[in-house]
Structures are given as C-alpha cells and as structure tokens.
Design a protein around this ligand. Sequence first.
Ligand SMILES: Nc1ncnc2c1ncn2[C@@H]1O[C@H](COP(=O)(O)OP(=O)(O)OP(=O)(O)O)[C@@H](O)[C@H]1O
Ligand SMILES: [Mg+2]
Length: 747
Amino acid sequence: MTSAPSGSPLLSQLNETQAQAADHFTGPALVIAGAGSGKTRTLIYRIAHLTQHYGVHPGEILAVTFTNKAAAEMRERASHLVPGANELWMSTFHSAGVRILRAYGEHIGLRRGFVIYDDDDQSDLLKEIMGSIPGIGPDTTPRTLRGILDRAKSNLLTPDDLARSGDPYISGLPREVAAEMYRRYEARKRGQNAIDFGDLITETVRLFREVPGVLDKVQNRARFIHVDEYQDTNKAQYELTRLLASRDRNLLVVGDPDQSIYKFRGADIQNILDFQKDYPDAKVYMLEHNYRSSASVLKIANKLIENNTERLDKTLKPVKAEGAPVAFHRATDHRAEGDFVAGWITRLHGEGRPLTEMAVLYRTNAQSRVIEESLRRGGIAAKIVGGVGFYDRREIRDILAYARLAINPADDVALRRIIGRPRRGIGDTALEKLMGWAREHRTTLLEACARAVEDNIIDRGAQKPVEFAALMGAMSEAAENYEPAPFFRFVIETSGYLDLLRQEGQEGQVRMENLDELVNAAEEWSRENEGGVHDFLDDAALLSSVDDMRTKKENRDVPEEAVTLMTLHNAKGLEFPVVFIVGTEEGLLPSRGALTEGPGAIEEERRLFYVGITRAMERLFLTAAENRMQFGKTNAAEDSRFLEEIGGEFDTIDAYGQNVEYRAKSWKTYRPTVPAAGAGYSSPVKNTSPLTADMAYRGGEKVSHPKFGEGQVLAVSGLGERQEVTVHFPSAGTKKLLVKFANLSKA
Ligand SMILES: Nc1ncnc2c1ncn2[C@@H]1O[C@H](COP(=O)(O)OP(=O)(O)OP(=O)(O)O)[C@@H](O)[C@H]1O
Ligand SMILES: [Mg+2]
C-alpha cells in the first residue's frame, strides 16, 4: 500500500489506514470494518479528497446511502469539505431510481407522469385483484402478498422466475398462484401508469440492461461511485451498483457484515463478502479502531458479537477511555421501565446533558407508546423517528391521492380512494358500472366518469360522475400551473374536503391542522427544492417508505431540544452520547419471530443488538421488564439471552441507581418448540449447543489447504455434511469450499 500524501490538511484528520482509503483514486475498493471505526467519515473525506487533490468534478461523484436521513447528513458534512458540493449526487438507492426513471423511463415504456405506489396503494390494488385469482383464499392478506412481491423484486425475479422457482410454496401459496398474482398485479399497475417501491430499483436495472445508451449517460454522472452500509444491499441494489460501475470501475464500498440487519427484506450479506470475488483487483482497507464509544461500551459490543458463528473476525480496539460502566436495570413492568428511562433522562439533563444527545432505542414501534407516556409525565420533549408518519395519515393520503389523480388520470387506485371523500352521491353500484365500462373500453375510470351521461353508463345520477371528472380537470390544470403549496390549498378547498372536516368536530379540527401542515411542508419544500407538484409527490412518496426523514414533518410541534425515540433498525449509522436500549427480553430482542425461525434469525437479532449498543458514545443503559403487556395481555418476561452472553460486563442497578447483584432470569425455560432437525439455538454456554459443537471452523481462524496454501476463514455456513467455509487465500483469492471435501487443516 502506498502511504497517504503527507501534509494534506484533509487527510491529516484521519488515521493512517483511513487516510490510505481516502486517498484511493481509481479502481474498486472495499472498506470493511466494525462499528464506529470511521467508515462513513472516510467515505466523505475520500469524496472531498477526490475533488481537491485529484481534481475530480463534484458532478461526477455519486454516493449512495441507506436512508434519506443518512444522505442528508452526508450532504451536510460534505458541504463543509467540498467546494461545489451541491453538484454531488448523494442519495438513497430509491431516490436515485426515481431520478433516473423520471429522466429516461420512457425508454422502457413508462409514460410521463407515472406515480409511485407506496405500501398502502399496493394493498389497495391487491385487494382489488386478489378476489379473482383462483387459489387465493380469504385468509390470505394483502400484507402477505406484498411480502411476496417485495422479496421477488429484491431478488430481481420476474413472475415467470417465480413460477419456476425451487420452492413449491411461496409464503404459503402454491408458486403458480403466487406467480399469477404477481403477473396480474404488474399488469394492473402498468395500466395505471404507476410503479412501486421495488420497481424503483428493478426498473432501473431493466432500463440499464435494455438501453445501454442510457446507462452510458448515467455513468457520466457517476464516474466515482460510493456505497455506504454495503452489507445491507439486496440483489437488485447489488446489480444496480454493478451496472453503474461496469464502465469506469471506480467503486468504493464500505460496510460491516456484523451490522447486516435487513435480511428479512432481502439483503444479502454475501454481497460484501464476495466483493473481492467480483473485483479481484479490489483494494481492501480494514479499520481497527473505534472512535465512537467508550471502552466499556465497546467491550460489551465485542463480547456480544463474538457469539455469532457465521462471521468474519475483526479487531475493534477502543480509542476512548473506559468511561462510565454500562448499566442494566430490570423493572417490574413496562411502565416502570419507561419511568426508569424518564428518571435517568431527567437526572442527566439536570446535570447539563442536552436532550438532543440522548436516544431511546427499541425493537418494535409498539414499544414507543409507553416510553412516550413516561417522558410526557416527566415533562421531557421527545421526537419519534418512524412509526405512523405524517404522510400515513388518512387526510394527508386523501389529498395526496387527489394530487396524484390530477397528474395521472390513469390512477384508478387514487380515484377509488377519493371519489367518496367527501360523498358525491356516487354509490357502489354506480362505481361498479363505471369500472365495468372502463374495463370494456380499455380506458380509465376517470374517462368513464366523464362519459357517464353521454354513454348512458349509469341509470340515475349520471351527472355526478361527470361533475367529478370536471373537478379533476380543473385540478389537473392547477397542478400544471401552481406551485405545490397553492396547489394543495386549491385541492383542499375545491374538493369539498374542508367542509367534510368541519362537520367532524374535534377530530376534524386535528385533521384540518394536519392539512395545514401539508401546505406548510409544501412551502418549505419549495424553498429547498426546485420543481412542481409532481416532484413534491415523488419526494413525499419516498419519505413515507422505509425511511425516517418524515420525522421533521411529523414532529412539527416538538421543540428542537428533544430526546430521540426510534427503532434499532432506524438507528443504523447514527450516534448519540447517551443511549437507552429498552426491552432486552426474550420475545422482543431476540424477537418472537426469530425465536421460532432458528439460529440464523437469532444471529440477525444479535447483530441488531450490536448495532444498538454501538450507537452509544459515552453512556449505555439496558433495560428489561419482569412483566410486559403485549397484544393486550400482561405476561412474565424473561431476560434476553444476549444479556447472559455479555454477563459480568455491566453494572446492574435498581430504580434508585444503586448497584445490585445481577441474577439472571434464565431464558431456557422460555424455549419455544424445537425447530426442524439440524437447527439449534446458539447457547450462551460455549460448545454445548448443537450449532457450536458442530462447527468445525470459526470466522477468523487460520487454515491451510493442500493447493491454495494458508488462508483465513471469512465465513462459515451450513451444518454437518453441507457445511461450507469461505476462505481468503492470499495466493489464490477468496474460495467457498465444502468442508467435507476441502481437505482443510487448521494452520
Ligand atoms: N480519525 C478520526 N479522528 C477523530 N474522530 C474520528 C476518526 N474516525 C472516526 N471518527 C469519529 O468516530 C465516529 C464514528 O465514525 P463513523 O460514523 O464514520 O463510523 P462508521 O464506521 O461509519 O460507523 P457505523 O458502522 O456505525 O456506520 C464519528 O463521530 C467520527 O467523526
Ligand atoms: Mg457509518
């Protein structure tokens, strides 16, 4: 490795390996390292260094991150380091997809004005079609079907691929039925000139594959590509990245396999482990120092993650001193747990700790309510990231549906949502007739409304749909000519929605205020962005997804000075001086679902806990409840097995903050039904569980192979006869070998 250019003021703010990675100029590179080791920092400095030292134009640089929040943060940090930073392309995979499809989607048959369907729109559409698909019974939910679609798209599978897939059943449906559902869903969606979230990636991939000229153009805008959190990419995102990087090959990815937490959404940890296979000339940089957390926090993190069997062993040494010990508290119930957290926040705040420096993390959104209540009682402001967001509220969704239909007259889903809000005297029978006519004449529902009188589509009250169509015509015109904020004002008034809310009393009042907020949000948006109603809708659709940026709109009443509440998933990549992780119990962390799924799922939960722990910079509190209300019933809870794994490394404190002795509440009594043969639960007691006893090799171990020589085990998978190891041999590269035949020996 070359050493970093000395004297660079930028690189002097990095350690030696970080500086080498930041100085990486052309070709592929991988930064693989543990939490808080400065991966994101290195990525940003690399971008700055590219522009300042190597003269790369900011307009040729792309950086992809996982959430809008991370992208915004990156943009903010880059703005201080890179002249011309506003020309950098920094976005999530999804918003990159929107941008590319808006510009070039016509090449693959997307008509101008296409809209983006979110989860709820998807469900609406599925509800419409599922009744008519043979093989789908009444107990199948749209949610299940969405899951099937989501996974298929994450894996770049078409309906035909699904029909041919290896499993006879997909989420309980015969694969032919699942494939047929997928096929019909796609056809209907296309007919309505809409795309869904998965399409933002898969359609972009298709565009790049089918129209090389477009790929080439986009590549000019992305000569240097960066991906943060690469361990959580799925197949579709992987392929998108691969295609983008295929010409110039300037691809730098950073990630940490121990923080892969989106397997349930199709993320494939193999993408990062195989990077060197895909790019044999890749430079690899390993960072070994954690700059974020106190030594006592880091110790717990390291100790916990060592319990995962399928992992690449990495070193992570603290830079910071020991600091305050990590504290654990077991409360009598979930309310007492909330009060404990509120009590500590009050105390720390009283000692001068700003509320913005504290975060409460939980496994499921449902846990937030009790915590919120405790904080409210304690007079502590809190902002919640995620949960039921602003853009998920009924009245907001209604008005956005008007806007969508105004822009895209083919959006039947939007039309059906709003035609009865407010009531316009168009009943179900009339609607059925209109739909039938539209289907027959292969046109849109809105067209059917417009022709209701002329073509005698319904018997009585045919004037009503015609009026509705005229109203939508006026809105379409407004959408063309108005800025988003005045447009929404126009829609809210002319639609009759305001009158509807006036009749709803107190609740209507709250909803009206929310609509006010929508107008404010649109105004704010226009101050920060260029574009019209359409662009605003794109952004709103992206915000209401997986993401967390909606926080800002959702917490308008919350003062800036507030504690952050969010799920462990949403906390990825962030850091806070003080962190509380609540609900460290069996059935929550690890989750109930993971308990029945087996060892792979438990390992993912362990990684999630690892992510949570490593957010803490100075102080970490872990809490559990002895009794917890879930699904309306209060049950005795057991401590998380993960607590036993890190046992002895934390102080147990009582409600008054006094040290007490930790007495483990054994989780062993809580074991669910035994999973299928071959699987087992990793146990806190080393080498007694079927899994660990069975493992011939562990990540990080040195081995030797008769042909390839000495190497290091990167990952181990499978059990017994089918156990495979991924080994990196300095002389032969990375190989995946079946242990049974590999003739490996321990070096
Ligand atoms: N060389 C350094 N000198 C000073 N501070 C550093 C250095 N490297 C990293 N840091 C700080 O350590 C913290 C963690 O860095 P960063 O967020 O980049 O880590 P990361 O590896 O991306 O973490 P994660 O895996 O959680 O995403 C940040 O506050 C960062 O500014
Ligand atoms: Mg990071």
